[in-house]
Ligand binder design. Structure first.
Ligand SMILES: [Zn+2]
Length: 327
């Protein structure tokens, strides 16, 4: 074991049991995250026709009549995770759970966490606080009924929690959620809050926001959480960004992907705008081999075990939207 690994392991074992809830960034200026400390693998369980990129092309009223592929694709992901010895958090759409309750049960049986992706894949920032409350309440109850375990995590569709709807965190806490992973501290045309912390933070008492992973290089916030970038960039570059983000942010990385991203055979939306088709269909055949490689090269845990249940290492957690070194 390297000196760094020993130091990290020693630090984690000494600090974890009696650690305070907050981990000020400044206390760990010299810490370098060791490669063996796990990251969080997350899957946003929705079908290919429910994505934001096709929102202007496919009517919600058509969802019911389209061939569903989410069950077979999610089962395939369960197999890939099993082969790679990884555990993950599945943010499942209530709409999908309602039609595939046994899939929810299989996710639990395989040792993964079930969390909520809302019910109908409606952006959080396009809902009123009351509509949002109904959406996250309905999905939580349904998932808990099927899963038989508490649902503690939430991810907003299209990372749609930001400065314009900060109330969402208070509603999540009131509805019994413990954490959210809905803020992406980057600039993007569909989402993003570049000024948000890049490490877990407590936006309101009672709920932890675990932002998607970004790393600042040359003054630019670069996404390092996977998704479409994992298909776009060469594998080595994705891996390098992930490692650098862990080092610079002193925090585990959060990686995400969707079941439809391992499905090159899915029906094509030929009337969708060029940019949407490019984003959605690029390198679908490369996701699975890249994912298998990623699972071999890093250790992966579910969100709740990593951040809520005592395995939290010496990771920084800041207390507000603004208290963070964004240098
Ligand atoms: Zn989604």
């Amino acid at each position: 074991m390297s000196a760094t690994a020993k130091a990290v392991r020693k630090g984690a074992s000494e600090l974890s049991p009696a650690a305070p809830d907050l981990w000020p960034v400044a206390e760990f200026p010299a810490l370098r995250i060791d490669c063996r400390l796990p990251n969080a693998m997350t899957i946003d369980v929705e079908d290919y026709f429910q994505v934001e990129a096709f929102a202007s092309t496919i009517e919600r009223s058509d969802w019911e009549s389209l061939p569903r592929r989410v069950e077979r694709n999610t089962d395939r992901l369960l197999q890939i995770l099993s082969d790679g010895g990884a555990e993950a958090t599945f943010f499942i759409l209530g709409w999908v759970a309602e039609r595939h309750p046994n899939l929810v049960r299989r996710v639990v049986a395989a040792g993964h966490e079930v969390a909520s992706h809302g019910f109908g894949h409606i952006r959080a920032d396009s809902q009123s606080p009351e509509e949002f409350r109904q959406d996250i309440r309905r999905s939580k109850r349904m998932l808990e009924d099927f899963a038989g375990v508490p649902v503690r995590g939430y991810r907003a569709p299209t990372f749609s929690v930001g400065l314009g709807n900060k109330w969402a965190h208070a509603v999540l806490a009131e509805e019994g959620y413990c954490y959210s992973s809905s803020v992406y501290p980057v600039k993007h045309d569909l989402y993003g809050t570049p000024t948000a912390p890049r490490v877990p933070f407590l936006p309101v008492p009672g709920i932890l926001e675990i932002p998607l992973t970004a790393v600042r290089m040359l003054g630019i916030d670069i996404p390092a959480s996977g998704g479409g970038y994992f298909r776009l960039l060469p594998y080595r570059l994705s891996e390098g960004l992930l490692k650098r983000a862990r080092r610079v942010n002193h925090s585990p990385a959060i990686f995400y992907l969707h079941p439809w991203e391992i499905d090159p055979e899915q029906p094509r939306q030929r009337s969708a705008p060029w940019k949407s088709r490019f984003r959605h269909y690029l390198n679908l055949n490369r996701t699975e081999p890249r994912l298998r490689r990623l699972l071999r090269n890093f250790a992966w845990k579910r969100m709740d075990r990593l951040f809520l249940d005592g395995e939290r290492g010496p990771f920084p957690v800041v207390t507000s939207w603004t208290e963070c070194s964004q240098a």
